[in-house]
Design a protein around this ligand. Structure first.
Ligand code: GRG
Length: 289
């Protein structure tokens, strides 16, 4: 896992040289190069590897997905959204570069990412590159990531069109699971996976996304700034709809337990050390086993 993270860090740096006007590239690279967990690019690369593909072929897509993720973090932290002053252990992008540059840095990451897939995926066929860009725009757009954010914001004001349970699942299938699905599907597409394999891995990715959000909600309740690198207890204080606020801490842990079991079951047949390591880390932190 550490090796893959270092590879991703190196490539992210290499793919984005700082040029004129430096301010925008500095703002883009600031949050991008802070030490995140790099779960999405690592999962993209590992999916390609376990389906027999050279991970280098998946590197542009993996880095592009991290850029999309970082864009969503930068915009999520803005005063008009979650208004968070810290991210990845450091002041948020708008705290360092100002709101205008933080908006632009997010926009620039969002547009640079598909450019990167197109320009750097030299070893892939044109139809494969087209599929990757299609997946990127689909999962990052108004039918997934943005939909999740919009309903999240609406729900903070107590506005529900569906039941709170359905609303919560909708938010996190879109806001969180969408990018894990994008990551794993992209790795599988680069490796030329058959449709049934893709669907199987997509099912894992959707379940992992929900699992990760329950993990994130529980951590907001039990963890510290030092561990998370962002303000804790914010969800509770802002009256946000979360797995913990809706079901209570113990029931959220029960949901986590049954979902992680399903994740182990689906991914087990691939014998992936990386996926097992990721699941074990989440399990040990929440269930302490
Ligand atoms: C795509 C134009 C466009 C807008 C995006 C702002 C927004 C719309 C969406 C917000 C999505 C969001 C912030 C979801 C939270 C998902 C989540 C659990 C993030 C934390 O992920 P980690 O823990 O973070 O993997 P690190 O820092 O480790 O990468």
């Amino acid at each position: 896992m550490k090796n893959l993270i270092s590879l991703v860090d190196k490539k992210l740096d290499e793919y984005m040289p700082i040029t004129y006007p430096e301010d925008i590239f500095k703002a883009m690279k600031y949050t991008l190069m802070l030490p995140g967990k790099r779960l999405r690019p690592v999962m993209c690369l590992e999916t390609a590897r376990m389906l027999g593909c050279d991970i280098e072929k998946a590197m542009p897509a993996a880095c592009a997905i991290e850029m999309l993720h970082v864009q969503s973090l930068i915009h999520d932290d803005l005063p008009c959204m979650d208004n968070d002053d810290f991210r990845r252990g450091k002041p948020s992008n708008h705290k360092v570069f100002g709101e205008a540059n933080a908006v632009l840095a997010g926009d620039a990451l969002l547009t640079f990412a598909p450019q990167l897939i197109i320009e750097k995926s030299k070893d892939l066929s044109e139809p494969t590159v087209l599929k990757l860009v299609h997946e990127f725009t689909k999962w990052g757009g108004a039918y997934a990531l943005i939909a999740g954010q919009v309903v999240d914001i609406e729900s903070e004001g107590g506005k529900y069109v569906k039941s709170p349970e359905e609303t919560l699942d909708f938010i996190h299938m879109n806001k969180t699971a969408a990018l894990f699905r994008l990551a794993i599907r992209s790795g599988a597409i680069v490796a030329g996976a058959e449709e049934d394999e893709l669907e199987n891995l997509d099912e894992f990715a959707g379940k992992f996304g929900l699992l990760f959000q329950i993990y994130d909600d529980i951590m907001d309740e039990i963890s510290s700034f030092e561990e998370l690198g962002k303000t804790v207890g914010k969800d509770k204080n802002s009256g946000k709809l979360t797995y913990v606020s809706l079901y209570g801490l113990e029931e959220a842990k029960n949901k986590f337990h049954s979902l992680i079991q399903e994740c182990y079951d689906i991914i087990g047949k691939y014998n992936s050390k990386i996926f097992t390591e990721i699941l074990n880390k989440l399990r040990d932190r929440i269930l302490g086993v």
